[in-house]
Design a protein around this ligand. Structure first.
Ligand code: AHM
Ligand code: MG
Length: 335
């Protein structure tokens, strides 16, 4: 019986088209996939294995860490540090760059990740995810510094996310479109189920945390007000609204049926340009969204063109269906 195209087969076949490919990237991705399967298992077992709830600790962002934030971060590290493909890793849950331990060889790639995005949802059994981005190390086989990671998103070699939802999915791009794979737990393999994912250019669905409304800037105020006016307002049609508070789930919905997602610049905390982090949330998601035909911007500039200033930099994010994001960008221009 044929099981369908496995992720490994898909990546190896893709690699055949790249002149000079050594197989190192394929091997790295295999380790990422192992980490994701391990995380999927822990998230799925939940309270049965005692991993729910919060710790007393805070991460560098000043957010209380969930037990699973720390456990999943460890799973990403343990599965990816040993094989010799990476020169360093950085994550939402670690203040500084994670150096590859001395007993392991160094490689030519860097990886940044959010091991458990949307983790405020984990205790209530709502979808969470893992986001990752792979970059080339500026100097291969040398221990990476924080500066090595500060590359604009256009330089990403690969970006992906795992969604731990009603099924576990892995969605990724290497710059040749976006493909989605579903984990078949019976055989332990990701199978290609969503080839060539494309975001519809038009949508009637928007996602924003409306509890922040009083802090939004004028263009976003205007856009949302017009959506809410529906068929009797200037947009001339009714809109629907969603907010999962899990970026991975929101982006996945948008990849599946279109939509616009906004965590815009606001005045809630003048020290922060937005909530989401550039290197391991906004950049990988923007790469995926653009590769699926969507648009991703801060409202003022393309996210993938930004040169990061530090590992945990925050940015405003407005992404999704092309025509709808362009309406919001137009309002920013007019303002
Ligand atoms: P996290 O990485 O600490 O989970 O934070 C990121 C998450 C995103 O997944 C989501 O879009 C956003 O934070 C939700 O924020 P809010 O709690 O303001 O609704
Ligand atoms: Mg996150």
């Amino acid at each position: 019986m044929h099981t369908g195209t496995t992720l490994t087969q898909f990546i190896i076949e893709e690699q055949r088209h790249i002149a000079g490919a050594t197989g190192e990237f394929t091997a790295l991705l295999n380790d990422v996939v192992t980490a994701i399967k391990t995380i999927s298992n822990a998230v799925n077992k939940g309270a049965l294995i005692g991993v729910m709830g919060a710790l007393e600790t805070e991460n560098v962002q000043g957010e209380t860490q969930k037990k699973l934030d720390v456990i999943t971060n460890e799973m990403m590290i343990r599965n990816n540090e040993w094989a010799g493909h990476l020169a360093g890793m950085a994550s939402e849950e670690m203040d500084e760059v994670y150096p590859i331990p001395a007993q392991y060889p160094l490689g030519k790639y860097l990886m940044v990740f959010d091991p458990l995005d949307g983790s405020s949802n984990v205790d209530i059994n709502i979808s969470v995810g893992t986001i990752f981005s792979i970059l080339r190390a500026p100097v291969p086989n040398r221990a990476a510094t924080a500066a090595d990671f500060l590359q604009p998103g256009v330089k990403q070699v690969c970006a992906g996310y795992a969604l731990y939802g009603s099924s576990t999915m892995l969605v990724l791009t290497t710059g040749h479109g976006v493909n989605g794979f579903t984990l078949d737990r019976d055989i332990g393999e990701f199978i290609l189920t969503h080839p060539g994912m494309k975001i519809p250019a038009d949508t009637k669905e928007f996602a924003i945390n409306a509890s922040n409304q009083r802090f939004w800037e004028a263009p976003v105020q205007r856009y949302v007000a017009e959506c809410l006016e529906g068929s009797t307002g200037p947009r001339g049609r009714d809109f629907n609204m969603r907010w999962v508070a899990s970026m991975v789930a929101e982006v996945h919905r948008i990849l599946t049926r279109g939509g616009i997602f906004m965590y815009p610049r606001d005045t809630k905390d003048p020290g922060k340009a937005g909530k989401l982090r550039l290197l391991y949330e906004a950049n990988p998601m923007s790469f995926i969204v653009e590769q699926a035909g969507g648009v991703s911007s801060t409202g003022y500039e393309r996210i993938l063109d930004m040169t990061p200033e530090n590992l945990h930099q925050r940015v405003p994010v407005i992404l999704g269906s092309k025509n709808e994001v362009e309406v919001v960008l137009g309002y920013h221009k007019q303002a």
